[in-house]
Design a binder for this molecule. Structure first.
Ligand code: SF4
Ligand code: SF4
Length: 463
């Protein structure tokens, strides 16, 4: 099979050995969960339960504070009693409102759960009805930003899409959950993929993965043949291999490698006629239809040198790994120096591991001092390594200088809006300059500035 790729990028040590090939282990039922009310990119939610309420696993407990499409509801991940509703520290390093549920007996099982009625034949639903099921199941992209899936699957008519890419690349070091999901649930992956092909009317799809996962290809191809809807001759689904190269799992890089298309500057995958959906999200979509199950469990990798029991786990959303029994999750606190939610390149360093698992938590990496770069920031030596290694062909050093000078316009001219926050520039910088951290803050400022100018334009229209 041909192996595709994009230009530039990094050859990283994958550090996946500790969990590669391991099955996904369900965590022992947690005593309590801390469920953030807002876990998606979009308009805010509000709690719709009160302290003292009894809730069932799968019950809706938070939803949009105001009507609008950019919200997805949140559901109880265990059955129990709402003990508190209060702000807690979250993986994005903010305090967010959370619903704390204390477990009842049998919590964490499907016993007596409050799921939606299953839809065993999703291929007869109307488009709006199918999108509503995805929204009602609270499904957001599980690969990173938490974008609502029903919005991604409903591109505007002026942006026709003719290719769906299932993203199983998982290019971040340490993380192995997507591989485990493809290995253990290929039938649900195919079901989720064919459901979104039915919804969008797209006839062609590629299941993309890095070539270190090549042994999965025969099984995936077998599942493609077994899927009745795909086998009806209506769809063209194939598996595609990409070179193991960071950040191959980024949407723009996958599209470049597998479809040979460029996402235009400032654009989205739909501007290149594509939708990219993480393989875990596709499994969640299949479960929402076939089982009526909302997104209440999360598969993730817990690894790193300070984790004595590295493994792929399935945990109810809101689980805190430090509260799991030591025989299941053994953390070496004496050597723990850094905790990262997500992968080490694009994830967030957080103050400790006592933070709840969210819908977009792909991994928790517990690092020792030996795994952590502690060098202080130095001075730029103008080596241009950051430019040579930027997967998006931007000018990180110029963007950084512009942001340091407070010149947002110049940072945008140098490519800030197109930065995918992959962290390659920071990784190669010999001066250890915190480039990607500054770009994240810079992009937040840019979004705020653009929202402000839109509001001002609207206000002027009203006058
Ligand atoms: S500038 Fe952005 S896209 Fe380029 S390497 Fe740095 S973080 Fe990645
Ligand atoms: S890699 Fe670091 S030191 Fe080299 S030009 Fe870029 S910012 Fe400067």
């Amino acid at each position: 099979m041909r192996v595709s790729s994009f230009s530039r990028g990094l050859k990283l040590s994958t550090r996946k050995e500790a969990t590669e090939g391991k099955p996904v282990e369900p965590v022992p039922p947690p005593r309590q969960v801390v469920i953030p009310v807002n876990q998606h990119f979009g308009a805010p939610n509000k709690a719709i339960v009160a302290v003292g309420d009894a809730v069932k696993r799968g019950q809706r407990i938070a939803e949009g504070a105001a009507p609008g499409p950019m919200t997805v509801p949140v559901h109880a991940s265990i059955s129990g009693t709402v003990k508190k509703i209060e702000p807690r520290a979250l993986s994005n390093n903010t305090d967010g409102m959370c619903i704390i549920i204390e477990a009842e007996e049998n919590a964490g099982t499907e016993t007596d759960a409050d799921f939606m009625p299953p839809i065993t034949d999703p291929y007869v639903l109307g488009r709006d009805e199918a999108l509503a099921r995805i929204r009602d199941a609270g499904i957001t992209g599980m690969g990173g930003a938490g974008f609502p899936a029903h919005i991604k699957l409903n591109p505007p008519s002026e942006k026709p899409v003719n290719l769906i890419i299932a993203d199983g690349a998982e290019c971040e070091p340490y993380l192995t959950t997507d591989e485990a999901v493809m290995n253990e649930k290929p039938d649900l992956l195919l079901a989720g993929l064919t459901i979104i092909m039915y919804i969008t009317g797209v006839k062609r799809a590629i299941i993309g993965m890095e070539d270190n996962k090549a042994p999965l290809i025969p099984m995936i191809e077998r599942e493609i043949r077994l899927n009745a809807y795909a086998a009806s001759g209506k769809l063209d689904i194939s598996a595609g291999l990409c070179r193991t190269r960071y950040p191959q799992g980024g949407e723009k890089m996958l599209i470049k490698a597998l479809a040979k298309r460029e996402v235009p500057s400032g654009g989205l995958p739909m501007d290149a006629g594509c939708i990219v959906q993480n393989v875990g999200t596709l499994v969640a979509i299949a479960e929402a239809f076939l089982l009526g199950k909302p997104l209440i469990d999360r598969d993730l990798t817990v690894s790193g040198g300070a984790c004595k029991t590295p493994k792929n786990i399935r945990a109810p959303i809101g689980t805190i790994i430090t509260e799991l029994p030591k025989e299941f999750m053994n953390i070496d606190y004496d050597h723990l120096r850094k905790v990262i939610f997500g992968g080490p390149m694009m994830g967030n360093a957080v103050p400790g591991a006592q933070i709840p698992i969210q819908k977009n938590t792909s991994g928790i990496i517990l690092m020792t001092g030996a795994e952590t770069l502690t060098d202080a920031e130095g001075v730029c030596i103008r080596c241009a390594r950051c430019i040579r290694n930027c997967s998006c062909r931007l000018s990180p050093v110029i963007m950084n200088n512009a942001l340091e000078a407070g010149d947002l316009d110049e940072a945008v001219r140098a490519g800030l809006a197109d930065c995918v926050e992959c962290g390659s520039c920071s990784y190669v910088c010999p001066a250890r300059i915190k480039l990607v951290q500054r770009f994240r803050v810079g992009k937040q400022r840019l979004r705020a500035a653009r929202a402000m100018s839109q509001q001002q334009a609207k206000a002027r229209e009203k006058v």
